[in-house]
Design a protein around this ligand. Structure first.
Ligand code: SF4
Length: 43
């Protein structure tokens, strides 16, 4: 499922905008909440 409220950045990181933390999540990692994971659709 494609997540909403994020922006892709360089190096396949995503910037999550779901809450005030505004995590920048590297590929394969999770945000502070531990729920949002940067998982590319093609993998
Ligand atoms: S804590 Fe979770 S919901 Fe909030 S910005 Fe980070 S990854 Fe997104």
């Amino acid at each position: 499922m494609e997540a909403i409220l994020y922006q892709t950045t360089s190096n396949n990181a995503v910037k999550c905008a779901m809450c005030a933390h505004r995590c920048v999540i590297p590929e394969g990692k999770r945000g502070i909440c531990g729920v949002r994971e940067n998982q590319m659709e093609s993998q």
